[in-house]
Design a protein around this ligand. Structure first.
Ligand SMILES: CC(C)(COP(=O)(O)OP(=O)(O)OC[C@H]1O[C@@H](n2cnc3c(N)ncnc32)[C@H](O)[C@@H]1OP(=O)(O)O)[C@@H](O)C(=O)NCCC(=O)NCCS
Length: 174
């Protein structure tokens, strides 16, 4: 497997690179309660909390567990959001993504998931990927379904904001 510190994925419009503390302010500003509506984590109450979360992401990358990448716009290096391949040391790595509200609906989500899937296909042995998503999250479901994702199971969980999520766990097979 490629050295996780050196991963740099590019498409026509995007650059994905390993998260660092340089992006603390962007993440704190853009990871709002609206963004987390259908997500498990909750927004940070203060910037120190965001810094702690990013430090933990960096540690998980060093441990070889999770690869969290920032999404930047090619020409301007504008911060767009975050995506990840989690549980990379297991049989079923998990994809995750959020994008800042100002650039929703421009196809960046699908482009980023395509880059992550390509990276997984070339670097990991796993036969399938997991993609959990709340039933009501139509844009996210459209993305996973466009990569031939199939519903593997349904489950419920309370997210860190205290709201009930009704999740489909999709699986994308090689
Ligand atoms: C989910 C998310 C990453 C999608 O990213 P995006 O760049 O806005 O999505 P895309 O532009 O690639 O659009 C994907 C599809 O959803 C559709 N879509 C986008 N926004 C939509 C909206 N508000 N309502 C309905 N459909 C929408 C697009 O038209 C496209 O559909 P198509 O396949 O018919 O063309 C983004 O909405 C987001 O960050 N949401 C908040 C965090 C989150 O829920 N993350 C996912 C957790 S599983």
């Amino acid at each position: 497997m490629e050295n996780l510190e050196k991963v740099n994925l590019e498409s026509t419009r995007l650059i994905l690179k390993p998260i660092s503390l340089e992006y603390t302010e962007d993440v704190f500003r853009e990871f709002t309660s609206e963004i987390t509506t259908y997500m498990y984590p909750k927004r940070a109450d203060n910037i120190g909390e965001t810094e702690k979360v990013i430090k933990d992401m960096i540690q998980q990358r060093k441990n070889g567990n999770d690869l969290v990448l920032v999404m930047l716009k090619q020409e301007t290096l504008e911060f767009l959001g975050i995506c990840e391949v989690g549980a990379i040391d297991t049989d079923t790595p998990e994809l995750g993504i959020w994008i800042k509200k100002a650039v929703h609906g421009k196809g960046f989500g699908r482009e980023a998931i395509g880059l992550l899937k390509d990276w997984v296909d070339h670097n990991l042995e796993s036969e399938c990927l997991s993609y959990p998503v709340d039933k009501r999250n139509i844009p996210s479901r459209k993305i996973v379904e466009s990569f031939e994702g199939k519903v593997f199971r349904e489950f419920q969980r309370i997210n860190k904001s205290g709201n009930l999520l009704n999740e489909f766990e999709y699986r994308i097979y090689k």
